[in-house]
Design a protein around this ligand. Structure first.
Ligand SMILES: *[C@@H]1O[C@H](CO)[C@@H](O)[C@H](O)[C@H]1NC(C)=O
Ligand SMILES: *[C@@H]1O[C@H](CO)[C@@H](O)[C@H](O)[C@H]1NC(C)=O
Ligand SMILES: *[C@@H]1O[C@H](CO)[C@@H](O)[C@H](O)[C@H]1NC(C)=O
Length: 322
């Protein structure tokens, strides 16, 4: 009788445990199960990451891609939607950008056409930019290929990016384009103060984007805002080294849209060339507007140009005049 009961109890326990483990693993896709090697040497571009994303993207409901401890070498990769549910990328380890520059076309990791995305986990996106920086020649010559940006979000809606780091990118760290409702919280961005064009977060043609509680130190703008943005909120950002928080340049290209609604508060700019900057080209069309900006509780320490509004901005030698 005693034995029988124990068998039943053990059987029940087993049932509960196996049931629970099934519940945990459903919707979880570990890149290692798709052949990823976290040894820092094996190139994981072709198989592992692409395969895990394709499977997860097809799932209804929430799908979590896990990048566990380890250093995963990866060339240019696009994570493309639309997906059937919310995509969660949990980055615990480190992603390392491949240093074969010829393989890239403007981006390293590109998230596109996704509605519902979460990236978190405390991991790092390492652009391994030091060997690429000498090839940043686009300010000097027209005949050049721009270096890749670390993380690009284009046409992404309803996303939360939190607790990750982007380091030593080759070009911009994060570029947001054509997107809506994205929050960046507790992000750490760093590249040496003398690394070229390593802008922290660049936002263009997007609405309802928020950046908060983050630390950004780079060789260019900490946050820059291009044309066509509405309702951007930035608070509790520590910036430096870098070129500060910048709107523009605006009015350079045909078809640009207004920038309306920017609220920057409780930021600390330390050791930056500029603090808060607005830059427009002299040739910008007079119909283009940049308005409804509010800056509040900004601390500046050792900032060369604390507030600078330049309506005659000229990034190259010959700027068209109006
Ligand atoms: C914005 O995105 C978040 C996910 O990051 C979502 O929870 C929220 O509902 C979205 N808000 C709107 C207005 O769509
Ligand atoms: C502006 O953006 C914030 C945060 O990104 C959001 O909570 C708010 O609803 C947006 N406001 C409008 C009018 O869309
Ligand atoms: C601003 O940031 C700098 C650099 O981290 C720090 O030393 C300073 O105490 C901060 N200032 C305030 C008022 O928080």
């Amino acid at each position: 009788m005693g034995l029988e009961l124990r068998i039943i109890v053990i059987g029940l326990l087993f049932f509960i445990i196996s049931g629970a483990s099934v519940a945990i693993t459903v919707g979880v896709y570990n890149v290692k199960d798709y052949g990823a090697a976290g040894d820092g040497q094996t190139d994981n571009t072709k198989v592992a990451f692409h395969a895990a994303w394709s499977v997860a993207c097809a799932v209804q409901g929430k799908a979590t891609i896990v990048i566990p401890e380890g250093a995963y070498l990866l060339g240019p990769t696009i994570f493309k939607g639309p997906c059937n549910g919310i995509m969660v990328m949990q980055v615990i380890g480190q992603l390392l950008a491949s240093t074969h520059l010829e393989a890239y076309n403007q981006y390293w990791l590109h998230f596109q056409y996704i509605n519902g995305l979460v990236i978190s986990g405390g991991g790092r996106f390492n652009g391994q930019g030091a060997s690429a920086w000498p090839y940043n020649q686009c300010k000097k010559t027209q005949d050049c290929k721009p270096l890749p940006m670390n993380l690009v979000f284009s046409f992404v809606m309803n996303a939360a990016i939190k607790s990750i780091s982007s380091i030593d990118n080759m070009f911009f760290h994060i570029h947001i384009f054509g997107s809506r409702n994205i929050t960046f919280d507790s992000i750490k961005i760093s590249a040496p103060g003398d690394s070229p064009n390593t802008d922290g977060i660049h936002i263009a043609n997007s609405a309802n984007i928020q950046v908060s509680n983050s630390v950004i130190g780079t060789g260019d703008d900490c946050i820059s805002i291009g044309p066509g943005c509405t309702n951007l909120t930035i608070f509790r950002v520590l910036c430096g080294p870098g070129h500060g928080i910048s709107i523009g340049s605006l009015g350079k290209n045909a078809g640009e849209k207004d920038v309306i609604g920017l609220y920057v508060s409780k930021c600390n700019l330390t050791g930056t060339t500029n603090g808060l900057r607005i830059k427009t080209l002299q040739s910008s069309p007079s119909t283009l507007k940049a308005s409804h900006f509010r800056f509040e509780q900004i601390i500046m320490n050792n900032v060369y140009n604390p507030i600078i509004i330049d309506q005659n901005y000229c990034p190259s030698a010959n700027c068209p005049k109006r």
